[in-house]
Design a protein around this ligand. Structure first.
Ligand code: FAD
Length: 317
């Protein structure tokens, strides 16, 4: 039976939420799923990983190496793990960390690499990627004995698929490279959750008119358990930080529900959120292009519609 490897990315001693969707994608492929963990907490995570289909959790170690400080050593260790455990496809989340280490792993393996993929077919060895600001979807054939693939967060739903898991400690030899050493990681704003991980997003555009006005989106977001995003026009005007920008030059997101408030529907914004499962637009202009690209449209002033929505959600508890 073929084996698919998954890089188990962790932050703050938790598995990154979107990793579970990647595991489900790997499990749906029919082969065995091998997780590669590099933070030494295999016992803590094993039950969560077994619940979604990981049959073997390989706890990678290397003498005198702190993987959290070395993306190069992490990539090389993943490559060694993939080789030693006979993996035919190595997957991970296309997050900043995932993209960094998967690229280094592919380099070490001399294997083909595709990042930000929306779909993967393990039988045909193909992946699907969005191109030209989301106007085209390319199907790429991955040749060779092993390929490396980063999956766009939330492209796959995490599905329960319980199995028995075994933990295998595995020591690899990797070079103690000092080419890049991570000395500090500063979260942009620890009070806001990661947009790319969100299942519900409510975004504001240019008509928000001030950073203070974003409070109405924050209030609604709390009721919806949503994360607040922004268009580039709102970011450029200084109403929101760049970490909140959705789009071609911002974050690529794929939530279950995307609520756009005062967004015209530019191609560059859509490039970042068009794979949202349901899109709702609130706009005063009935002819705004966003209405042609949304599942539901509300013609109205966001400063009236959003507080009314929040109030209604409050009533429902
Ligand atoms: C190379 C490049 C990269 C780019 N990357 C990005 C990117 O990553 N992300 C991004 O977002 N943009 C990006 N842009 C900018 C993009 O082209 C648009 O300019 C931008 O998305 C417009 O933002 P907006 O929809 O908030 O504003 P606008 O286009 O000004 O639209 C505002 C909308 O709000 C409506 N409106 C006005 N008042 C209200 C109200 N009170 N209530 C409800 N609706 C109201 C208006 O009818 C209008 O439709 C990029 C552009 C370029 C050239």
């Amino acid at each position: 039976m073929s084996k698919t490897g998954v890089f188990i990315e962790t932050t703050d001693q938790e598995i990154k939420q979107s990793v579970f969707g990647v595991i489900s994608a790997a499990a749906a492929g029919g082969g065995e799923v091998t997780g590669f963990l590099l933070d030494g907490r295999a016992d803590k995570y094993k039950d969560q990983l077994a619940a979604c289909g990981v049959t073997e959790l390989v706890a990678l170690e290397a003498k005198d190496i702190d993987f959290s400080k070395s993306p190069q050593a992490t990539g090389e260790a993943l490559a060694k793990g993939a080789t030693d455990f006979g993996i035919s496809a190595l997957l991970g989340v296309s997050s900043p960390t995932g993209n960094d280490v998967l690229a280094r792993a592919a380099m070490a393996l001399k294997a083909p690499l595709a990042l930000d993929c929306m779909d993967v077919d393990f039988t045909a060895n193909t992946v699907k990627k969005s191109h030209f600001s989301g106007k085209a979807v390319a199907t790429l054939e991955m040749t060779g004995a092993l390929f490396v693939c980063g999956i766009r967060p939330n492209s796959f739903e995490a599905v329960e698929s319980p199995v028995t898991i075994k933990i295998t400690p595995h020591t690899v030899e990797v070079e103690n490279s000092d080419a890049i050493i991570v000395t500090e990681v500063q979260a942009a704003d620890s009070s806001r959750k990661d947009l790319t991980e969100a299942t519900v997003i409510i975004s504001g555009g240019r008509p928000m008119a001030s950073s203070d006005n974003f409070k109405i989106l924050d209030e609604c977001a709390r009721k919806l358990d949503a994360v607040v995003g922004a268009s580039r026009a709102a970011v450029d005007a200084g109403y929101a930080p760049h970490s909140m920008q959705v789009g071609q030059t911002g974050k690529i997101v794929s939530p279950k529900l995307y609520i756009g408030c005062g967004l015209s529907g530019s191609v560059q914004h859509f490039a970042g959120m068009k794979t949202s499962k349901v899109i709702v637009a609130i706009n005063t202009d009935k002819d705004a292009p966003i209405f042609t690209k949304s599942d539901y449209g509300i013609i109205g002033d966001l400063f009236e519609v959003v507080p009314a929505l929040t109030k209604e959600l409050e009533k429902q508890g």
